[in-house]
Ligand binder design. Structure first.
Ligand SMILES: [Zn+2]
Ligand SMILES: [Zn+2]
Length: 102
């Protein structure tokens, strides 16, 4: 098999040109069909570029959803911070009453 770029003769078993590393065989990301041309799968018709873009888009979407769901949970320190407020109010009331009684 001759490399389309540097015209080096490669054996049929290699996926990339041994000299310039140009892909000589393309594997379909959807059905794993191996073919000599890139672009579109000869077997299932999947567009390689579109399929790759779709995978990236799905990964981004999943990451966004994960961020949104975890962002709504209040952090643990919030409970710790707000817990003593009634106690502080009671203490303040106690000191106010004590000061008034004097
Ligand atoms: Zn080459
Ligand atoms: Zn395919």
């Amino acid at each position: 098999m001759q490399c389309p770029k540097c015209k080096t003769e490669n054996s049929e078993t290699v996926t990339y040109c041994v000299r310039c590393h140009t892909p000589l065989k393309y594997t379909c990301p959807a059905c794993k069909h191996v073919q000599l041309q890139g672009g579109k799968c000869e077997k299932c018709g999947v567009d390689f570029a579109k399929y790759a873009a779709m995978l990236v888009f799905q990964a981004k979407d999943a990451a966004k959803e994960e961020r949104a769901s975890s962002g709504w949970k209040p952090p643990i320190w919030a409970h710790v911070l707000f817990f003593p407020i009634p106690l502080v109010i009671q203490l303040t009331m106690y000191f106010v009453r004590k000061a008034k009684s004097k």
